[in-house]
Design a protein around this ligand. Structure first.
Ligand SMILES: [Zn+2]
Length: 202
């Protein structure tokens, strides 16, 4: 099933506006369908088909609620003639600390301003995309903006909309309880939840 068809079908079932653009309510319903034990026993991937292997490797590190949306973004981009792959997902606090050290206490150029626990990537809610031309990765391309619009349509927060430190390859699924949180308050709340072993999405 194509992602747009599926979103429209679920919206019709929910009785919400059928526009093929999934908001939090639609994604919650999609997720509920994906984790229904009966469906799980069959093939949950049949609802949203897997994408390329490299993307699937990164997608596997994300929280289950984010995985179908990441696949949907790859498929929506492809439908618009844009080839993207999900090139990074979860980073542990230790991996984040190692990145932070780069250009500071370790060789190389600075690549991040976030220490462990201070990046959305540390919580399985965020991923980065790469635009590709065939096998060639394009770190800069106007197509990142087009992908950003598609991601926002899917209910994702897009780093290209950030005021400070614009990050066009970055997407994240903000938990509903943090809708009005400033970015630093979101990160603080995420750290607290991890420390308290509470789920990120409730
Ligand atoms: Zn990112």
């Amino acid at each position: 099933m194509q992602i747009d068809e599926m979103i429209a079908a679920i919206q019709a079932k929910l009785g919400v506006q059928v526009d093929g653009k999934a908001g939090p309510q639609t994604w919650a319903a999609i997720y509920a369908k994906l984790v229904t034990p009966k469906l799980k026993a069959q093939d949950p991937a049949s609802l949203i088909s897997p994408v390329d292997n490299r993307s699937e490797k990164a997608i596997a590190t994300l929280l289950p609620q984010v995985q179908p949306i990441a696949r949907a973004l790859v498929q929506k981009a492809a439908a618009s003639g844009i080839q993207i792959k999900i090139i990074s997902g979860l980073r542990s606090y230790a991996e984040q600390d190692a990145l932070y050290a780069q250009g500071r206490t370790a060789p190389g150029n600075k690549v991040t301003n976030a220490r462990g626990g201070y990046s959305n990537h540390n919580f399985g809610i965020a991923f980065d995309v790469g635009v590709f031309a065939g096998t060639k990765y394009l770190p800069e391309s106007p197509q990142y903006k087009a992908v950003g619009i598609l991601g926002v349509d899917l209910g994702l927060e897009w780093g290209g909309n950030w005021k400070t430190l614009v990050d066009e390859p970055h997407f994240q699924l903000r938990p509903a309880w943090a809708n009005d949180f400033a970015e630093k308050d979101l990160l603080a709340a995420l750290r607290d939840r991890v420390a308290a072993q509470q789920p990120i999405y409730v």
